[in-house]
Write a new protein. Structure first.
Length: 117
């Protein structure tokens, strides 16, 4: 993934276009891609700011909110495997996702499981 253009370069591109240059000419002058300059100018027209949009963000874990059930399952059946936990969660109407999702949630909670049968 590429990094956003620096704030200084963004300001210089915007000033060049506002001074009468086209976005493509400004892109050539500052050695950036034409699409970057065009998208920057679209952003400036829409928001009034040349600041970059937010990149990434926080995604809530898929099994967040089901910690109590997971603790219950691992306490009731100490030898339960990841596949069995996934089956139990699905049986309760909870979309468990993949085995790695179940594993990472158990790890985050500090819970143990049996590795295989």
């Amino acid at each position: 993934m590429t990094a956003p253009l620096s704030a200084d370069l963004r300001r210089r591109l915007v000033r060049a276009v506002e001074a009468g240059s086209s976005a493509r000419e400004a892109a050539r002058r500052f050695e950036v891609s034409p699409s970057a300059a065009i998208k920057l100018m679209q952003r400036v027209r829409e928001t009034g700011s040349a600041a970059p949009a937010r990149i990434g963000g926080y995604r809530r874990p898929l099994l967040a909110g089901h910690e109590a059930l997971l603790r219950e399952l691992t306490a009731a059946k100490p030898g339960i495997t990841l596949a069995e936990i996934q089956t139990e969660l699905t049986g309760c109407g909870i979309q468990a996702g993949s085995l790695s999702t179940v594993w990472s949630t158990l790890r985050r909670l500090g819970l143990r499981h049996k590795k295989s049968r």
